[in-house]
Design a protein around this ligand. Structure first.
Ligand SMILES: Cc1cc2nc3c(=O)[nH]c(=O)nc-3n(C[C@H](O)[C@H](O)[C@H](O)COP(=O)(O)OP(=O)(O)OC[C@H]3O[C@@H](n4cnc5c(N)ncnc54)[C@H](O)[C@@H]3O)c2cc1C
Ligand code: FES
Length: 261
């Protein structure tokens, strides 16, 4: 694994996807050659806050954002506006400067000749987009994505919304058992809210299916120093706290000690 590097890069394009989501694109062939699906960058909006007093500390924190796409160095970050940091990022436009540290984390193990299910919720969509591009062609891939409203929904095979405005009404895991059986799924990759990942893990364990989950955690340093992002990983008898930013964010779902998180 290469050491995360600090860079400043101009935003070459900004795309508005929905009320809540946008994409920032940068260009760096060297960085593109290092990126793997499931890895992330710590990013922050330099331009918006460069004149702000140092007391404006929260928006100046780097925010972990997955690699959404990488087209030979044209790297995209798909971001949901939720709070101060992501709203600061949302003010950036083409030509503004982004500060980046990465690529960070381990990424998803890639597979061949498998029947794969991708399952995501809300802002769990971006890392699976990059992942499916690497899997399609070598595997059969089926993707379920869910969100609270239509604003959380993006291209995939099966869509779910809690308010029923797009796709099926309910949550992404509601019909998961049927999908697993009908499509003879033998490998699952998941990313999304805690409840969704926990439920997907329960079901994948019932059917004894290999399953990798990308976890979210609050990150202060993002580079393995503060130990603020640790999660309990291992077997019931033998587990330890591992760092989401360093040993993760992708873990074997059955090794995550969901019951004590
Ligand atoms: C490895 C990793 C990859 C990520 N990839 C993406 C991505 O590709 N696109 C994307 O939009 N987001 C992604 N996130 C989530 C993103 O980092 C957070 O939404 C962001 O840090 C929130 O910062 P903020 O300052 O805007 O909001 P804050 O002011 O920090 O929080 C606003 C609200 O969001 C909640 N919140 C904030 N961070 C988290 C979190 N990590 N988990 C759960 N709830 C949270 C808070 O409880 C609060 O209610 C990723 C997170 C991790 C750890
Ligand atoms: S965020 Fe500091 S160790 Fe992970």
């Amino acid at each position: 694994m290469t050491k995360p590097q600090y860079r400043q890069r101009a935003i070459v394009q900004r795309e508005e996807l929905s009320e809540d989501y946008f994409i920032l694109w940068i260009w760096d062939e060297d960085m593109g050659a290092l990126c793997k699906p499931g890895q992330f960058y710590e990013i922050r909006a330099l331009a918006v806050f460069e004149d702000a007093p140092t007391s404006v500390s929260i928006p100046r924190l780097f925010k972990p954002i997955s690699i959404y796409d990488n087209q030979g160095g044209r790297i995209g970050f798909m971001i949901k506006r939720v709070g101060l940091g992501t709203n600061a990022l949302s003010k950036l436009k083409a030509g503004d400067t982004l500060e980046l540290i990465g690529p960070a984390g381990n990424g998803f193990p890639l597979a061949e000749d498998r029947k794969i299910l991708l399952i995501s919720g809300g802002a769990g969509y971006p890392p699976l987009w990059y992942l499916q591009k690497k899997l399609i062609g070598q595997n059969k891939v089926y993707w379920i994505h869910g969100g609270a409203t239509g604003s959380d929904i993006f291209p995939c095979d099966e869509m779910w919304t809690e308010d029923g405005s797009i796709g099926r009404k309910g949550r992404a895991c509601d019909d998961l058992e049927n999908t697993i059986k009908e499509r003879e799924i033998d490998l699952i990759y998941s990313c999304g809210p805690f409840g969704m990942l926990k439920e997907a893990t329960r079901i994948s364990e019932m059917y004894d299916i290999e399953h990798y989950s990308s976890l979210e955690a609050y990150m202060a340093c993002g580079i393995g120093v503060c130990h603020g992002c640790t999660v309990p990983i291992g077997t019931k008898e033998d587990w330890d706290y591992l760092r989401v930013c360093k040993e993760g964010p992708v873990f074997s779902a059955k090794e995550i000690r969901w019951e004590i998180m």
